[in-house]
Design a protein around this ligand. Structure first.
Ligand SMILES: C[S@@+](CC[C@H](N)C(=O)[O-])C[C@H]1O[C@@H](n2cnc3c(N)ncnc32)[C@H](O)[C@@H]1O
Length: 221
């Protein structure tokens, strides 16, 4: 009798877009992340980015997270296909909950070998969640990251209040029809919010399919 597939593998979800954007995202991260430390990924989704990016970005460590239990099951499934000493089991983090930075600190304290947090990576979340999630992301990042720590955002953005492509405009309409609190964010509004939390905009990089990589750095206090 053949071995049944381990249950964790059965839980894997698959998002085709991750295979189209992961190489370009990896190149930007390799060039802009601090060269050591732990990268916290907020909203890891399926876990495909984590398993692809963590080995590529070693010796940095990679901590995935997602508030959705089915996403965390999927992340565990993908992790099982590519176990690595620098890639951790996912945390249940919801950035609209004020306790999320404490959850990260508690996790860090529970593991003596984890390097200090150096960056937060957030791919395709702030337009598929209320504005409170963007605020919670930067509020928590401010309390967790050291000076020069990086926040990396990836996704579609408006610029000067305008959509940058008809496809983004259509996507925005579809998001808002699903949930009026969702929608493609304006880069200026995100930058202003980040600034209020002590982050300066470092670089904006055009990515395939009318997306942007946006890099913020924790300014000196
Ligand atoms: C479109 S998926 C993106 C997943 C993955 N980053 C990717 O690009 O494939 C959006 C993700 O954001 C997560 N999310 C939504 N609200 C969140 C919140 N308040 N805090 C953290 N993650 C959240 C969802 O659970 C979901 O996994």
């Amino acid at each position: 009798m053949s071995n049944p597939m381990p249950q964790s593998l059965d839980q894997r979800r698959y998002a085709p877009a991750t295979e189209r954007n992961r190489t370009a995202i990896g190149a930007v991260l390799a060039a802009h992340l601090p060269t050591s430390g732990t990268v916290l990924e907020i909203a890891s989704g399926t876990g495909q980015h984590a398993t692809f990016l963590a080995p590529q970005l070693a010796p940095r460590h990679w901590l995935p997270s997602d508030p959705d239990p089915t996403a965390r099951e999927s992340i565990r499934g993908w992790l099982a296909t590519a176990p690595s000493e620098t890639l951790y089991e996912p945390l249940a983090l919801d950035v609209t909950q004020p306790r999320w930075p404490t959850q990260v600190s508690t996790w860090q304290k529970s593991l003596s070998t984890v390097p200090p947090l150096a960056a937060i990576v957030n791919i395709n979340m702030i337009h598929i969640s209320p504005w409170a999630a963007c605020n919670g992301l930067f509020a928590g990042a401010a309390s967790l990251l050291p000076t020069d720590g990086i926040v990396y955002l990836y996704g579609p953005f408006k610029q000067q209040g305008q959509h940058t492509a008809p496809s983004n405009e259509a996507f925005d309409r579809s998001l808002r029809s699903q949930n009026p609190a969702w929608g493609v964010r304006d880069l200026g509004a995100v930058t202003e919010l980040a600034r209020k939390h002590g982050f300066e905009l470092v670089e904006v990089i055009a990515m395939p399919a009318n997306n942007l990589s946006v890099i913020f750095k924790a300014a000196k206090s």
